[in-house]
Design a protein around this ligand. Sequence first.
Ligand code: AMP
Ligand code: MG
Length: 438
Amino acid sequence: MSNKSWNMEYSYTQLPEFYYRHQYPEPAPAPKMVIFNQLLAAELGLNADAMQDNAEVFAGSRLPVPNCTPISQAYAGYQFGHFTMLGDGRAVLLGEQRTPPSSEAPRGRLFDIQLKGSGPTAFSRGGDGYAALGPMLREYIISEALHALGIPTTRSLAVVLTGRDVIRERILPGAVLTRVASSHIRVGTFNYAAAFGTFDDVRALADYTIRRHFPDLEHADEKYAKFFRAVCERQASLIAKWQLTGFIHGVMNTDNMAVSGETIDFGPCAFMDAYDPSTVFSSIDTQGRYAYKNQPAIGAWNLSRLAESLTPLISMAQAKEAITHYWACFDEHWLAGMRIKLNMTRKGADDKIIIEEYLNEMRENGKDFTNTFRAINKSNPAVIPRNHRVEETLTAANEGNYSVMFDLLDALRKPYEENTYYSQPPECGCGYRTFCGT
Ligand code: AMP
Ligand code: MG
């Protein structure tokens, strides 16, 4: 592989060491490429042809460049409402790839290149640091599907088999996913800073995040309040998009909410088939905290935890104003999106009531969320990664047959094209459960 196409930077290591630990990935015994995302590689400015034969790098057995400085990131999180210290327990950030310059980004753009499942770290807390093939392919499939649907998300560059079995309820093939993200700064990273760091630590992270994601605010007055407000806007837009496509994240803990506004951490997520706002897929979400209908409010709850962590960089009044703004933005995006979905060409004062009545009828009749909208107009997707199809794919992949997955991924890349097979709802959608798969 030519090293020329890697253009790595290590800006995160300029933060206080409090935010990370130096960590090499553990070499894998027998790396084998399962899937490599050629299109994404090209977008990153990587030599796609040369790299897809390079399973060693994507398994963590060999570093991509000689001076590579991999780290694991520290973060905390409110998990189901409870504060916990976490951190990258099975992930290593190899570095940040700077993409080639383009007209929109004359200096290129920076993307985290992270290996997930590459062995234990200082944050493993008793976990083995590994990942199984199924959940890594699941993340690949669903993140790439969201991307094709125009929903901001972390991306997936590669999945490799490590040749090392992992022990879960049963023995499973071990794998490493290469995740690409505009950053891995989480609401939980700020929660960590506020709980365990100094005021200077919090400010250093806020300044870094502003530089990386909101550079226009760098020299603004009241920049921290504007930064928080901008994070609220991105979350409002993101969660509205989830609601409009029936995507259920499943585990919206603050450590699983990226400040960039990208969807992150595809554990027990799934798309809803029949419309029911109470839908929960996650086997661990027994109270339905992260049910479909609760996602917007959980977004606001998480943002309030971010506001607390940013205090005293922002005032209580600024925090409150921004959360109110979050709701206004969410309503606006949701209503605009629903109008498009329902082909409502003219705005009316009672549009929201009409939409809610329509949704109620869908719920009462157990209608399929995606296909009902698809029948109205072509601006609704025909293909989403339905649970039964994803499961079919993963079952085949676990037996070494990847062709079913390639077919599904082909269909997901073109979500607005008719596809009888992949747009078919399951015969019985009742009781589907997803697992974190750790
Ligand atoms: P997740 O459910 O993937 O969002 O992970 C929650 C936390 O558990 C994060 O700190 C992960 O790094 C950690 N974690 C998950 N699985 C493992 C594992 N197999 N070994 C070590 N840490 C893990
Ligand atoms: Mg997580």
